[in-house]
Design a binder for this molecule. Structure first.
Ligand code: DQA
Length: 151
């Protein structure tokens, strides 16, 4: 069994379902966790699914993923647009990093068009609501298999 895929969620995503539902939908973070687990299990993986409103906590989990994960899916939420420290932590990883957003930040306010996380990401999935996470799990599983394949 490969190491788990870490799915890390940033600030305010604990409020999914009731937070700006016209943008983020009515799916809760618990619903998202269930979707991620189902998709991962179907692909022969497990997930470690976490959320924090605190930048340092997210960084600690990224550091933990250096040893503990085969890939990271991260929805950095607002910290994606602001956190050089989170970028620096992600840059220490040698495993695939999939940046994931429910909305399509490129189609929103100008300040959302840039994310620091993208500078470290293997790829980005955005704009598909909760389905973005399922696509991100597929990408994480595929990329980690590719990274493990003999040359
Ligand atoms: C988000 C997009 C970010 O711009 C925003 O700050 C979030 C959620 C998304 O999933 O669409 O909190 O990451």
């Amino acid at each position: 069994m490969p190491k788990p895929i870490y799915v890390l969620n940033g600030p305010n995503l604990n409020l999914l379902g009731s937070r700006e539902p016209h943008i983020y939908g009515t799916t809760t973070l618990e619903d998202v966790r269930v979707l991620c687990e189902a998709r991962a299990v179907a692909l022969g993986h497990t997930v470690v699914f976490r959320q924090s409103n605190h930048e340092g906590q997210l960084i600690d989990w990224v550091q933990e993923a250096r040893q503990g994960a085969c890939a990271v899916v991260i929805n950095p939420a607002g910290y994606g647009h602001t956190s050089v420290a989170l970028l620096d932590a992600l840059k220490t990883l040698t495993i695939p990093i999939i940046e994931c957003h429910l909305s399509n930040p490129a189609a929103r306010e100008a300040f959302r068009r840039h994310t620091y996380v993208s500078l470290a990401a293997t790829g980005v999935v955005s704009g598909f609501g909760a389905h973005s996470y399922e696509l991100a799990i597929e990408a994480a599983a595929g990329q980690s298999a590719k990274a493990d394949a003999p040359a």
